[in-house]
Design a protein around this ligand. Structure first.
Ligand SMILES: Cc1cc2nc3c(=O)[nH]c(=O)nc-3n(C[C@H](O)[C@H](O)[C@H](O)COP(=O)(O)OP(=O)(O)OC[C@H]3O[C@@H](n4cnc5c(N)ncnc54)[C@H](O)[C@@H]3O)c2cc1C
Length: 347
């Protein structure tokens, strides 16, 4: 089958901000056998981009090159493989990169497998999940990632990365290079899940939903609670364009954090016992203190309930949202001496 190619493609429905942008060429990859040919096409284009569901991207202008939309489908349980090393209660599952993340999570729960329930309703595709090591409600993908199968964008070479080789960190991985776009096309991802649930309820919203005195919830109960909390708290991109948290929570050295809390006693500080010399600060709190919550400039704005979520009220351009983000960064530096790094990928 020839590759599905669209010239001068409209990308506005392919990004959750809903901003207008076009690509010189859009290739939709639905069959893994076509991946080498798709990579050839990317190599011959001056600028190229891998696209999942577009829920963590900001198009600041048109793409003068090729966009490869990864729409590979398929998921399966691989019980027997690796069973010895993982132990009896652990099960390997695999999903193709284009599978919608939330559907995949629900499917794992329907197989009686737990581990991903706290990550329910995160928008996007399976293939992008390792790219920024998605996380929510006290769980990160890294805790359940087994391996990633990918092709090199440089020479088409296949590679399987064990989780330990994926460079996973807080909203970070080797597939999200700060030096430039990732050089790997992720084809499929494997997860190590469990038949014995281990509820992770330490996150405050989940403690409220499931008080310690109540019987332990099932993984599906937890997923439903997470969905309800997310629907209550986060704007739905289908109704209000956004890409979730726009910035990462900044990590500063402990001395800087101590100075900040002396001047701003209300500042929440998160410490990890494993790295006592560092402290994580809530980006949303810093932005809110600078007066940005609910701010609006034309159709680009800061959500009224969440200072960390930038929104498109309708016709904002990506460059409008980027300019707003730059002004937010400048005021947080001026007031707190802290640089906010975008979580969203600028294109
Ligand atoms: C309302 C909302 C809530 C959100 N909440 C959370 C949250 O709680 N936690 C969280 O971590 N994130 C959250 N996000 C961000 C987003 O859902 C995740 O980053 C998600 O993994 C992005 O998936 P995607 O398919 O949309 O990726 P895209 O936005 O399409 O791409 C993101 C990056 O991954 C690369 N990429 C995509 N597919 C591939 C592939 N197959 N191979 C190699 N590289 C690829 C792209 O080139 C790009 O650099 C939220 C977003 C929204 C809109």
């Amino acid at each position: 089958m020839p590759l599905a190619i669209t010239e001068s493609a409209d990308l506005s429905a392919l990004n959750s901000f809903g901003v207008a942008a076009r690509a010189r060429r859009l290739i939709t990859l639905t069959d893994e056998a076509d991946a080498p040919e798709a990579i050839d096409q990317l190599q011959s284009a001056p600028a190229s981009l891998l696209l999942g569901a577009g829920s963590n991207l900001l198009f600041t202008r048109d793409v003068d090159g090729t966009v490869l939309k990864v729409s590979l489908a398929g998921r399966r349980v691989l019980d027997a493989i690796d069973g010895g090393r993982l132990g009896n209660a652990q099960v390997l599952v695999e999903a193709a990169a284009g599978e919608p993340w939330h559907d995949f999570v629900l499917w794992t729960l329907a197989q009686g497998l737990s581990g991903l329930e706290n990550l329910a309703l995160i928008p996007g595709s399976v293939g992008a999940a390792p790219v920024q090591n998605i996380g929510a409600y006290g769980v990160e993908l890294s805790e359940h990632l087994h391996s990633v199968r990918a092709l090199s964008l440089d020479d088409g070479r296949p590679c399987e990365f064990a989780a330990a080789d994926c460079g996973l960190g807080y909203r970070d991985s080797r597939f999200r290079s700060s030096a430039g776009p990732s050089r790997w096309l992720i084809l499929s991802v494997r997860f190590a899940l469990s038949r014995k649930p281990r509820p992770r309820l330490h996150y405050p919203d989940l403690q409220t939903a499931f008080p310690p005195t109540a019987p332990p919830p099932s993984p599906l109960d937890i997923a439903h609670a997470v969905c309800a909390i997310r629907r209550r708290k986060l704007p739905n991109p289908a109704e209000l364009g956004n890409a979730g948290s726009f910035f990462r929570n900044p990590v500063v050295d402990a001395i800087h954090a101590a100075r900040l809390t002396a001047n701003h006693p209300g500042l929440p500080v998160y410490r990890d016992p494993a790295t006592p010399q560092l402290a994580k600060l809530p980006a949303g709190w810093l932005i809110e203190q600078c007066g940005w919550k609910g701010a609006r400039r034309g159709d680009a704005g800061v959500h009224t309930q969440h200072a960390l979520v930038l929104v498109n009220y309708g016709r904002a351009r990506g460059s409008d949202i980027a300019a707003l983000a730059a002004d937010i960064q400048a005021s947080v530096i001026e007031r707190f001496g802290v640089r906010l790094e975008p979580e969203v990928v600028f294109v």
